[in-house]
Design a binder for this molecule. Structure first.
Ligand SMILES: [Zn+2]
Ligand SMILES: [Zn+2]
Length: 299
């Protein structure tokens, strides 16, 4: 697609903005703040950028980002060697694990964590313990046929109102990568949400806290400090979630964490193989990402 066609298609972008968007995707993001601030001075507030991305994501059906990068001769080398937050059709993802693995290899990933939802609470069970073990057998079988990628047996674990996690510890120990999510505050508000986040972080089997800013009614400096405190206190990395609707959260997290010992990992939160390409949005953020090697300790 030529730049003119692109502009015609996305009429909300004038030539200067379209050019900047391309530079943004192709950038060498050594200085996160400066580049991001330049970006926002072009595109307006963070919410506007999310709107732009949503529009892009909603407008091109299948695997839009890489073809688009290739058409503009942008750098299509994958910026991060793996994706640590992916859903398969063993929970609410659309695709089976083998389809995901093939696409992940195509993108250039060296590892991928299949982190299906548990969601045993709220009557929306997605993967109970029995199903979890069946899925893992399937992963072993697929892994035996694909040598170029490490498939991590992961789970996106939910926390119950009493602070317990959806799976018992001896089951969580069977995982290669566990991310914990507070999807519900049980109608009890932000303070309780922070408490639940701490309950997740305290569990020694949890490797990271996913979409940490989701669900808060108010994210002010104090809330942010308390989230970062939890991450530091229990040495649990926070997720930089690359789903377009959450990109602005990442900027906030990275900015607020300056001078702290908070670590991050990247995940696309893919619910379809199309979403794996969101890994390219990691180029927006210049942070040290969590290397996967420590997570292979259970092997
Ligand atoms: Zn989630
Ligand atoms: Zn998820």
């Amino acid at each position: 697609m030529r730049l003119e066609d692109f502009i015609a298609r996305y009429s909300f972008l004038d030539e200067r903005k379209a050019q900047r968007f391309i530079e943004f995707l192709n950038g060498d993001w050594k200085s996160c703040t400066k580049k991001m601030e330049n970006f926002f001075s072009t595109f307006g507030k963070e919410g506007v950028m999310v709107g732009v991305l949503k529009k892009l994501c909603g407008s091109i059906e299948d695997g839009w980002l890489i073809p688009w990068i290739e058409k503009f001769n942008l750098n299509s080398k994958v910026p991060i060697p793996g994706d640590l937050h992916v859903h398969s059709n063993w929970s609410d993802g659309m695709d089976d694990i083998e389809t995901i693995v093939r696409r992940a290899i195509g993108i250039g990933f060296k590892y991928i964590a299949i982190t299906d939802h548990t969601l045993l609470n709220k009557g929306r069970v997605q993967m109970d313990v029995e199903k979890f073990f069946k899925r893992n057998e399937k992963i072993d079988e697929i892994q035996s046929r694909y040598k170029g990628i490490k498939i991590l047996k992961g789970v996106e674990i939910d926390v119950n109102e009493d602070g317990s996690l959806d799976y018992p510890d001896d089951v969580l120990k069977e995982c290669d990568f566990v991310i914990g999510a507070v999807h519900f505050d049980y109608g009890r508000g932000d303070e309780f949400r922070l408490h639940l986040m701490e309950m997740i972080a305290m569990n020694e089997n949890v490797d990271g806290i996913c979409h940490p800013l989701d669900g808060f009614k108010k994210v002010d400096d104090e809330t942010m400090d308390r989230i970062l405190d939890i991450s530091e206190r229990y040495s649990k990395p926070l997720e930089l979630n690359l789903f377009p609707s959450r990109l602005s959260q990442n900027l906030l997290l990275v900015r607020s964490s300056r001078g702290r010992r908070v670590k991050f990992y990247f995940g696309t939160d893919s619910h379809s193989v199309k979403h794996l390409e969101f890994i390219f949005f990691s180029k927006m953020l210049d942070v040290e990402f969590l290397e996967i090697e420590p997570q292979l300790k259970r092997k």
